[in-house]
Write a protein of this length. Structure first.
Length: 236
């Protein structure tokens, strides 16, 4: 079984569509109506999560039968906030940390001990490693995910649980609708990247499939950038 958290978002939906053909999935998300509809379509179980009102991880883990082998976990729960630090409220900052970093802790803490020989995948951002103006809150959350994943990879290496991070740049998704709301905004975003395009799920899915597969059995504690070169390349 693979756990897909944030399964009803743009990327989560693409992952569910790609994996559900040959695998049993368990879906986790925050919108019960969408979750129920998605789970019904693929005959999967699901659980609504309220990140502001959680039970202990050992209790949350009981949502999946203890006899079920958990092969992988992909956490797509996330958010975007682009504001200068002085314009970011405490509530906004806490929400970004809770949605991105706390969700990653909570899910892995709940299921890590049941994922021997498995693979856990989390999502950072190019902002986690490259200083981008007005990205302070999301940079704090995403760089936290990268550090958290490296340490978890060390902790659970004895169980052959691989923990890795994918760090995209901006993608066409429900989270980026406001940022990419005009053609002019899209052009500016595209032209930030050495390879001039907006990312999409098709750019990410091959990396997810690889990290979940035995082909990546010696890969752990890594942050893999899928960002058109933005994090490392300066074109002429």
């Amino acid at each position: 079984m693979y756990i897909i958290a944030g399964s009803t978002g743009t990327l989560g939906t693409a992952i569910v569509d790609a994996l559900s053909k040959d695998n049993e999935l368990f879906l986790i998300g925050r919108d019960e109506t969408k979750l129920k509809e998605q789970a019904s379509a693929i005959n999967a179980d699901y659980q609504v999560i309220d990140l502001n009102n959680t039970v202990e991880p050992r209790e949350f883990a009981k949502i999946i039968d203890t006899d079920t082998e958990i092969k992988g976990l992909v956490n797509c729960i996330g958010s975007i906030l682009i504001k200068p630090l002085h314009g970011t409220t405490i509530d906004e900052f806490n929400d970004v940390i809770t949605t991105n970093l706390f969700s990653s802790y909570y899910l892995l803490a709940s299921f890590a001990r049941r994922m021997k020989n498995g693979s856990a995948i989390f999502f950072s951002s190019v902002a986690g490693s490259k200083g981008l103006s007005n990205h302070e809150a999301i940079a704090a959350a995403k760089s936290g995910i990268e550090g958290f994943a490296r340490s978890a990879a060390a902790t659970y290496a004895k169980d052959n649980l691989r923990v890795n991070v994918i760090a995209p740049s901006i993608m066409d998704s429900n989270m980026s609708e406001k940022i990419l709301s005009s053609e002019a905004a899209r052009e500016v975003s595209k032209n930030m990247h050495p390879i001039s395009k907006i990312g999409d799920a098709d750019d990410i899915l091959p990396v997810i499939k690889w990290l979940l597969s035995p082909d990546a059995k010696w890969v752990t504690g890594q942050t893999i950038h899928v960002d058109g070169g933005l994090s490392t390349v300066k074109p002429r």
